[in-house]
Design a binder for this molecule. Sequence first.
Ligand code: LMR
Length: 334
Amino acid sequence: MKLKSLIFALSAAAIISGNAFAQAPIVIKFSHVVANDTPKGKAAERFKELAEKATKGRVKVELYPNSTLYKDKEELEALQLGAVQMLAPSLAKFGPLGVKEFEVFDLPYIFPSKEVLYRVTEGPIGKDLFKKLEPKGITGLAYWDNGFKVMSANKPLHVPADFRGLKMRIQSSKVLDAQMRALGANPQVLAFSEVYQALQTGVVDGTENPPSNLYTQKMHEVQKHVTVSDHGYLGYAVIVNKKFWDGLPADIRSALEGAMKDSTKYANAIAQQENDAALAAVQKTGKTTIYRLNDKEKAEWRKALVPVQKQMEDRIGKELIASVNKEAAALGQK
Ligand code: LMR
C-alpha cells in the first residue's frame, strides 16, 4: 500500500472506531492509611473530584484508603519506585526516608496554636523542608492539617507518672520515641493498620492520635480512657513521585496544582471540626472516659515534655527548631 492510501485507511479506521486514537488517561494512584471519613480521607476524595474535573478526564485519580494497597513503610518505598504516584504520609513518617527534619512537627508543645502551624507550613520553613525531599525523588505539593493528638490507654492518664511502664504505640519518629520515654513509657513503633489489633490484644497498652483517627479506627472500643492533652501535633505532607510529576504535560500539571490548592484549603477548613465531631462521638458511646487536663496537670506534662525539644536538637537541627519557635514568638505566643 502506498503511503497516502495507508494514511487514508488509518484515518478511516480511527473515524469508524471513534476513539481508537484517543489517549488513555494518566492514572494517579493515591494510597493512604486512614479511613475515608477523616480529614485526610475527605481531602483526598476532594482532590480526585477536582483533579478529574480540571483535566476533563485526562487524569484519573485512583484512591486506596485504609492501607488497602500499602502500609506506612511500604507506601513510601512504592512511591519512590513509581508503583504509586501520590501519598499523604503524616509528617512523623519521613525519618526512615532519611529526612529527619520533618520530625520537628512531632516535638511536644512546638505549636501553641494552628496559627503558628500555618505560618510554618505555608511559609519558608515548609518550602525548605520540601526541598529536602527532591534528592529522594519526591516532590512535596502541600501540607494538610489534621490536629493535636490525644493520649489513650485503659487507665486514666492525668499526670506523667501515669505513663510509667506503659507500652505506647508510636509512629516511626525518634522524637515520638523520646517523648514517650520522657513520660516513662515504653514506645513501640507499629504501622497504623496494626494499632487496633495491638491495642485489643494487649501488644501495646495505649497510643496517641488526633480524635478523628482514634474514632474511625474504633480504637475507643479498646481504650477506656482518653486524655485531651494537646501535647503534640499530627499533619500530612502530600507528596508525589518527582519523575512522574516532572514528566506531566505542563497544562496537566498546572491543572493538578490548582486542584491541590483547592483541596488543601478544604482539608485545612474541615480538620478541626472533624476532630471535634470525632471526640464528641467517642464521648457519646459512653464506653470511653474523656478527660481534660487541669492547669496543674498541664504544667506537669510540659515540665516532662518540653525538654525533648532541646534533647532532639542534634537530630533535627537547632536552627530549624529555633525558627519554628520564632514564628510562635512573632505572634506573641512564646
Ligand atoms: C498514624 O500512623 O498514627 C498516623 O500517621 C495515621 C495517619 O496517616 O493519620
